[in-house]
Write a protein that binds this ligand. Structure first.
Ligand code: FPP
Length: 250
């Protein structure tokens, strides 16, 4: 039986990679992708949803346990209302149209961010997908929507302060774990790798507490062009990092 050298080399490449347990992605550059093609920004966001589907498949295939995608930041309200509405519609349609596929893929979905200010229809859709996928045991897909890390930390501090005032928590006993367990990511491991596309190099209020020891990888491609070759390049960069968590390494 002959062996296809390309398949063997791809398998070797895959097995030589360290796979992060949790990847966070700041999906950036949809607008620039569209502009470069003479298209409207909405087309860039539509192509961005295709990249979301590809990335979920890639994470499943490479054995990543958690994927957090930054889909709408609390600062994105500054965009024109039409674009804001379009992004809300995209999330709603993604959740509705991809639910069957996410179930087949055994994906558990969690949406983090401030949902109180979302319209009740969108809230209901979000609650529905979370409830229907809650029993799935494969990839954890976390979608950060109307999310901002500073607000998340403030909300956690308020909740802890209220418990302290009610005598439920001893202020002297408050530690890092207390704060972590009051964040929207409670129960999830911290991200090991944060990827941002489109060449921008900042965190933009994404998972600030949780990313304390994440490796940061910035790639030049715009989000709609995110594919297996870019994914593997980010994993290669992660594999080559020496993670010391403040220690002196091995
Ligand atoms: C950044 O590109 C992208 C966003 C603000 C939205 C990301 C949303 C999606 C990919 C689609 C919805 C997601 C899901 C999970 C269904 P930009 O508009 O800032 O691009 P630019 O910087 O080039 O203008």
């Amino acid at each position: 039986m002959s062996v296809n050298p390309a398949i063997v080399s791809a398998a070797n490449e895959k097995s030589s990679l360290k796979i992060p347990g949790h990847i966070g992605i700041i999906m950036d550059g949809n607008g620039r992708w569209a502009k470069a093609r003479g298209l409207g920004r909405a087309e860039g966001h539509r192509a961005g949803v295709e990249a979301v589907r590809r990335t979920v498949e890639l994470c499943i295939s490479y054995g990543v346990e958690c994927l957090t995608l930054f889909a709408f930041s609390s600062e994105n309200w500054r965009r024109p209302p039409d674009e804001v509405n379009f992004l809300f519609g995209l999330l709603r349609r993604f959740v509705a149209s991809d639910l069957a596929r996410l179930m087949r893929q055994n994906v558990q979905v969690r949406i983090i961010g401030d949902r109180a200010s979302l319209d009740p229809g969108l809230r209901a859709v979000i609650e529905d997908v979370e409830a229907k996928t809650a029993g799935n045991t494969g990839l954890n897909l976390i979608i950060a929507f109307n999310y901002g890390a500073k607000s998340e930390i403030v909300a956690a501090v308020k909740a802890i302060a209220a418990k302290a005032a009610a005598g439920e928590i001893d202020p002297a006993a408050i530690d890092q774990n207390t704060l972590a367990t009051h964040l929207s990511t409670v129960g999830l491991p911290d991200p090991d790798l944060i990827v941002r596309t489109s060449g921008e190099m900042r965190l933009s209020n994404f998972l600030l507490w949780q990313s304390a020891y994440a490796e940061l990888v910035f790639v030049e491609e715009n989000w709609p062009d995110f594919d297996e070759s870019v994914f593997v390049r980010a994993l290669r960069a992660f594999t080559e990092r020496d993670r010391r968590f403040g220690g002196i390494g091995t």
